[in-house]
Design a protein around this ligand. Structure first.
Ligand code: NAP
Length: 466
């Protein structure tokens, strides 16, 4: 019988934590759990995909090789003997939440926010209107990407408007404006390289509904737009004049840096043959135009008040577009058995402890975007996950979790139900297959984008096993 105050867990009966989502938040949660010595732990790191790393693999733009290299550091956590990677497991399909909870003392939801936010304007569903989440998934080789829709839209994309001025909007604009030679060394699947090479892109407009002082992109990502091999970055000085004369702008140093970068571009002249990559501000999307596919976007000029709110001026204009990419943020979705707040798209929680019907739910925790919303850089998840893990460990020590509960083994449960969990050894085989595929074209790696191809590579390790 466990006595409160005594060390409740042992090497033989460690604190077993199931982490749902092997992206940055999940891996950082596993890291925080394994990097403490107070309580022996065993972590099952589950993912819906057969591959780990979440948005580091399927979100960070493939031309950001240094940021994607974070995977190498993250891999140390996957290699930790007290961590089991269990991929290719969809909660609600392969296993129910109650079954999963019966295999762990605590569950941490870290499955992120993979849905797209809507503009809620007429014409949004026309062909040629894509969510940035779909474009990003496609160029990163996500197995669920809708190849047909994205490639069909891209094949006609002479004039592109990207709505939103966050870092995702800059990623999409930059990838579309890059020369094929700049993308060739990346990990992009071959069909993505071919489709981008064939796309007739001439103009890319990145559209902010407020001013440059309210843009959420970061200076480094902004500055990078001016380093593309075959694109000229353009800014209308009128967009900046309005801004610099608006009251109180810009006190923030980051904003001042962004404005300095933008002002440095006002004299740019489009080079012949180069993609014109233009940043426009103070324009609110009103509707997407077109009969059966997008031909343009109607926008209304806005002014920004002292509180930072945009108000329409009634002055309308049309930007021609064959492709509109809506990059206005991500949204979290519920899991079967776990609700999200419909307004915020996050799971209700107090510093990482999940609330159900307003009350703390024993043994359930949350970290990352599904906890706080889709904000911050990858590293932000480290602090976030630590806060959650502190709550798990505090509850474990306080006896809130039942240290004597008999636990099932998630891998046995999954196999008994006909699921095919992808374990570390299988992921290593996928990893090796991607490196080998890349080598055939002199690249460091080519992402395997097809779920069956990923599983075939995973199975190859099982076939070659001891
Ligand atoms: P974000 O930074 O929140 O940007 C969303 C943009 O959409 C904002 O400009 C927002 O404008 C605009 N928007 C929202 N609703 C709109 C509407 N109805 N009409 C027009 N515009 C609208 O989100 P994100 O770009 O998706 O990025 C998500 C997170 O990932 C961010 O924290 C980002 O920094 C991070 N990230 C980082 C990197 C990197 O470090 N390189 C790369 C990608 C993503 P308002 O401000 O006016 O609402």
């Amino acid at each position: 019988m466990w006595i409160p105050g005594a060390p409740p867990y042992t090497a033989e009966r460690p604190l077993r934590v199931a982490v749902i989502g092997a992206g940055p938040a999940g891996i950082y949660a596993a890291e925080a759990l394994t990097r403490q010595d107070d309580i022996p732990v065993a972590v099952d790191l589950l993912d819906r995909l057969p591959t780990p790393f979440g948005l580091v693999r399927h979100g960070i733009a493939p031309d950001h090789a240094k940021m994607r290299a974070l995977r190498e550091t993250m891999h140390r956590t996957l290699d930790d003997p007290s961590v089991r990677f269990v991929g290719n497991v969809e909660v609600g399909v392969d296993v129910t939440l109650p079954q999963l909870r019966a295999c762990a003392d605590a569950v941490i939801y870290t499955y992120g926010a993979s849905g797209d936010r809507r503009l809620d304007i007429p014409g949004e569903s026309l062909a040629g209107s894509l969510a940035a989440t779909d474009v990003v998934a496609w160029y990163c080789g996500h197995p669920d990407a809708d190849r047909k829709t994205v490639e069909e839209a891209l094949a006609r994309a002479r004039s592109v408007v990207v709505v939103g001025v966050g870092n995702v909007a800059l990623d999409v604009a930059r990838v579309l404006a890059r020369a094929p030679s700049e993308l060739e060394p990346t990990e992009m699947p071959q069909h993505v390289l071919a489709a981008l090479d064939a796309a007739p892109v001439e103009d890319v407009i990145v559209l902010g509904r407020r001013g440059p002082a309210q843009a959420s992109f970061t200076t480094q990502e902004l500055r990078e737009l001016d380093s593309l091999a075959q694109a000229t970055v353009l800014v209308d000085p009128a967009d900046l004049v309005t801004e610099s004369s608006s009251p109180g702008a810009p006190a923030d140093r980051a904003v001042a840096r962004n404005l300095a970068v933008l002002r440095g571009w006002v004299d740019h002249v489009a080079q012949p043959g180069a993609v014109r990559l233009m940043l426009r501000f103070h324009r609110r999307p009103v509707r997407l135009l077109g009969e059966d596919r997008v031909t343009g976007i109607e926008v209304e000029r806005t002014v920004v008040d002292a509180a930072g709110h945009a108000t329409g001026t009634g002055e309308l204009s049309v930007l021609p577009a064959d492709l509109v990419v809506r990059s206005v943020g991500y949204r979290g979705h519920p899991l079967p058995g776990l609700e999200v707040d419909p307004r915020s798209g996050t799971v209700s929680n107090v510093a990482g402890r999940v609330l159900r019907d307003g009350a703390l739910s024993r043994g359930e925790y949350v970290a990352g975007w599904i906890k706080r919303g889709p904000t911050g850089v990858v590293g932000t998840n480290k602090h976030d996950a630590r806060e959650t893990v502190e709550a798990v460990l505090a509850d474990a020590v306080a006896g809130v979790l039942d240290p004597e509960a008999p636990l099932g083994d998630i891998i046995s449960v999954l196999r008994a139900q006909g699921a095919e969990p992808v374990l570390l050894v299988n992921w290593q085989a996928i990893d090796a297959a991607e490196v080998a595929l890349g080598a055939t074209r002199g690249r460091a790696r080519t992402t395997l984008h097809d779920r069956e191809a990923l599983l075939a590579a995973a199975r190859a390790s099982a076939a070659a096993g001891p």
